[in-house]
Ligand binder design. Structure first.
Ligand SMILES: [Fe+2]
Length: 392
């Protein structure tokens, strides 16, 4: 198999890299950025700080669109597009969590190519670029700064659409862990499990390849070691730094391999019940891992060994058993609720299963899972996730 690898042209990684954004844009010949962020970062002054930094670097035209929302929707893009069209911007800078970066990506493509986001939904592949995208993540999670994907919810159908193609790959990213030091505990847990899921799914995916494998294994080892520390001790700089790097590495891994069944099943939960993405991944990860292990035992055992959950000489059976138990234990440690503990009504959950299974399959991600599920098997997994781990 020929691995098709694509990466951002420039990554600046390390504490304080944020202040170098202007210099980075200059080095790319970019002079007129539209900063795309959300109300939270606009209010906290981070977007203004960025704008000031850029102006100090000699960049004259800077504007801020602060209307990105969690789980970006088709209509939330429209407001950003209007701002983009009013100016003469030559690039889009996504500042914030995955939602702001995904919004920036969508605006950068729609602003040049037009149309509605629905027209860009997978399996459509958008390789021809729009405006250059620069990503500045403030969470260690989605890896969106290094991926060729964006996710937008279609408000008419309620579907979380996966959009793929090289056009969504940022030209450059600033990966500065200092931006994550004030992240609340819940967000730290959810985004951290999202990264862990990226790394594991990239490694067991049918599209796995030796290039992505290296990033996946390195990322999962670092996440396993540092996530509890970052969660319980938010100001722990080495743990925050390790999580930030690992999130980007996990993003590189799955962008050049793929995610799989956990993500396929997670998006419909987010779209229907507004469960944060990393949290629905966490609800699913142990059950989907257990479902998938039998057909990719050595790959899953490799994960357990890389994460140092199992010793290097543990056989595959023991290593994979320990992996599932450890993922369940991590969920307890990070206080991951079951869907019912999260507040979802039983009748809503069970009534939505056929639609959620259909949307999961339509996204294409389950087809990359080592064990490809039927719609009935996906529904059965959703039922198991409802019950949750009995020890929770
Ligand atoms: Fe994810």
């Amino acid at each position: 198999m020929i691995a098709k690898i694509a990466l951002p042209r420039i990554l600046r990684i390390g504490g304080g890299a944020f202040k170098e954004t202007g210099q980075l844009l200059q080095s790319l010949g970019l002079q007129a950025p539209l900063i795309v962020t959300d109300g939270f970062f606009a209010k906290r002054g981070l977007a203004n700080r960025l704008s000031e930094t850029l102006k100090q670097s000699g960049i004259g035209v800077v504007d801020i669109f602060s209307g990105s929302v969690p789980d970006p929707t088709t209509s939330s893009l429209d407001a950003g597009l209007q701002v983009l069209k009013k100016g003469t911007f030559d690039c889009v800078v996504g500042l914030g969590g995955g939602s702001s970066i995904d919004t920036a990506k969508a605006i950068a493509i729609l602003g040049v190519h037009g149309g509605k986001m629905r027209g860009y939904k997978a399996p459509h592949q958008q390789d021809i670029p729009g405006l250059p995208i620069v990503a500045i993540p403030t969470t260690a999670g989605t890896g969106s700064e290094a991926t060729r994907f964006t996710i937008v919810t279609d408000e008419e159908t309620g579907e979380k659409m996966l959009c793929i193609g090289l056009a969504y790959l940022p030209t450059a990213a600033i990966v500065d862990y200092e931006l994550t030091l004030s992240k609340p505990m819940r967000l730290t847990a959810d985004t951290g499990v999202d990264s862990l899921t990226h790394a594991i799914e990239a490694y067991v995916s049918k599209l796995a390849n030796p290039f992505a494998d290296g990033f996946a294994l390195t990322a999962m080892r670092a996440i396993w070691k540092n996530l509890p520390t970052a969660y319980f001790d938010p100001q722990n700089r080495p743990a925050r730094e390790a999580m930030m790097l690992a999130a980007t590495q996990a993003g590189i891994a799955f962008s050049n391999s793929s995610v799989a069944l956990v993500h396929g099943m997670s998006r419909p939960i987010g779209a229907k019940f507004h469960v944060p993405h990393g949290l629905s991944n966490a609800m699913l990860l142990p059950a989907v891992t257990l479902f998938s292990i039998a057909v990719a035992k050595t790959r899953y055992a490799d994960c357990a060994r890389a994460m140092a959950i199992a010793s290097d000489d543990a056989d595959d059976d023991r290593a994979t058993r320990t992996l599932v138990e450890s993922l369940q234990k991590l969920n307890r440690q990070l206080a991951v609720p079951t869907p019912s503990q999260y507040g979802i009504a039983e009748s809503d959950w069970f009534g939505s299963l056929p639609t959620m299974a259909k949307q999961a399959l339509a996204s294409g991600s389950p087809a990359n899972n080592p064990r490809i599920p039927t719609a009935e098997e996906i529904e059965e997994l959703y039922r198991e996730v409802w019950k949750g781990d009995s020890k929770q």
